[in-house]
Ligand binder design. Structure first.
Ligand code: TYD
Ligand code: MG
Length: 384
């Protein structure tokens, strides 16, 4: 069943496969129920019966959300139920084209003595749903909450069981949502979908790089654009840095959306190899749009943003940088440089710093001037 949302189709590997078990995990409040209600309503347009089973909300709450999303509810059955046996009985009775279970943590099997949300309950409920879904060739989508600290005590125990496992990520203060495939028996796991939470539900972001850079102030100090890889996709993100004289004995190093340890590393390398006296300065780094960058390839951009703020010299507006910073100040190769440079070129960037050992082929014949750099000191001298 292909869906309207190209971004959701992308991570699902083309659509919903009959009889498949899909897990959608994410922080509470991130938008799982919203996405699945939209999805269920969409499938209900083509099929006579779709079930949305909720143990989290009342029917009137779901109804209010459906109204907000402009869903008329035809063919869509909302069931408030936490007992897996009763749920299966209802599913058996109606044989829906799709059933959403929101969430697996609220489901319980009355034959087990443990509480709902307990690992054995989650496992057993999922196993029974899986068995039923396979036997009846009905696709099921389960939601699961990620616990604080990023660990998915609940959903993770299900990963080996499900066919597709997706994570919804995003920042509470930003409207971007990433849908990341971590397991997919029907397609690539390296896919990432980008959605935006709006006043009327989740919408596809057709050109994420363009959207992420929309609010970027041109010629601002401490701002560098970095092409990062999210799965198979290159996305341009803006990294902002601010350095300010510290008022406390141990200056702060604060990173939002970027690894705190890597920030320490980059600051130390800048101090030792570039003579930047950051020891008395607070350094604050922020990845705009609430994105989280997990890859070291953003190091060079972070270092340049810090240097730009520290020296109060803005970076050129049509400039991007990619490369990992090593402990001796060397710029190390980033995977798939070609893909990143191409994305920068596509969005009109004219210049891109790349690691010194990047081969010509990787940079491509794009209308973009790439500059190889071997060390952080060289990169800073070149740009500032
Ligand atoms: P929700 O889908 O309930 O999250 P989850 O199921 O992952 O816990 O999302 C709730 C948030 O989304 C809530 O803060 C309100 C917001 N929201 C919108 O911004 N627009 C909408 O159209 C809807 C339905 C929700
Ligand atoms: Mg929910």
């Amino acid at each position: 069943m292909p869906l309207m949302s190209g971004e959701v189709n992308r991570v699902l590997g083309g659509g919903i496969v009959p009889g498949s078990l899909v897990l959608l995990a994410g922080d509470p409040g991130i938008g799982k129920s919203t996405l699945l209600l939209q999805l269920a309503a969409e499938v209900a347009k083509e099929h006579s019966c779709v079930f949305y089973v909720t143990g989290e909300e009342s029917v009137s709450q779901v109804k209010m959300r459906a109204d907000r999303l402009g869903i008329d509810g035809q063919n869509l059955y909302i069931l408030t139920q936490t007992n897996v046996e009763d749920t299966l009985a209802r599913l058996d009775e109606h044989l829906p084209a799709l059933a959403v279970i929101d969430s697996i943590q609220t489901m319980y099997d009355p034959s087990l003595s443990s509480h709902p949300g307990n690992v054995s309950q989650i496992r057993e409920c999922a196993r029974r749903l899986l068995e039923w879904g396979k036997a009846n060739n009905v696709p099921l989508i389960l939601t699961g909450h990620v616990t604080k600290g990023g660990d998915i005590a609940g959903p993770r125990v299900l990963e080996h069981m499900v066919d597709v496992s997706l994570y919804m990520e995003g920042d509470a203060v930003s409207s971007w949502r990433l849908l990341r495939g971590v397991k997919n028996r029907f397609g690539s796991t390296n896919e990432v979908g980008v959605l935006e939470m709006t006043g009327s539900g989740l919408l596809d972001v057709s050109d994420p790089s363009e959207s992420f850079l929309l609010d970027r102030p041109k010629g601002a100090m401490g701002s560098v654009v970095v092409p990062v890889l999210e799965g198979n996709r290159a996305l341009l993100v803006e990294i902002q840095a601010l350095t300010a004289p510290s008022t406390i004995p141990t200056p702060r190093r604060v990173a939002t959306g970027y690894d705190a340890h890597r920030l320490l590393l980059v600051c130390s390398v800048a101090m030792r190899t570039c003579g930047m006296p950051l020891a008395d300065y607070d350094v604050i780094v922020n990845v705009t749009g609430g994105l989280k960058i997990a890859e070291p390839a953003a190091d060079l951009g972070v270092a340049l943003a810090i240097a730009s703020s520290f020296r109060s010299v803005p970076m050129p507006g049509d400039f991007a940088a990619v490369g990992e910073v090593g402990l001796s100040g060397e710029i190390r190769r980033a995977p798939q440089t070609e893909r990143r440079v191409k994305e920068a070129a596509r969005l009109g960037f004219r210049k891109c710093l790349v690691p010194g050992n990047t081969d010509d082929r990787a940079c491509g014949p794009e209308a973009l001037h790439y500059q190889r750099v071997d060390t952080l000191a060289q990169a800073i001298n070149m740009c500032l």
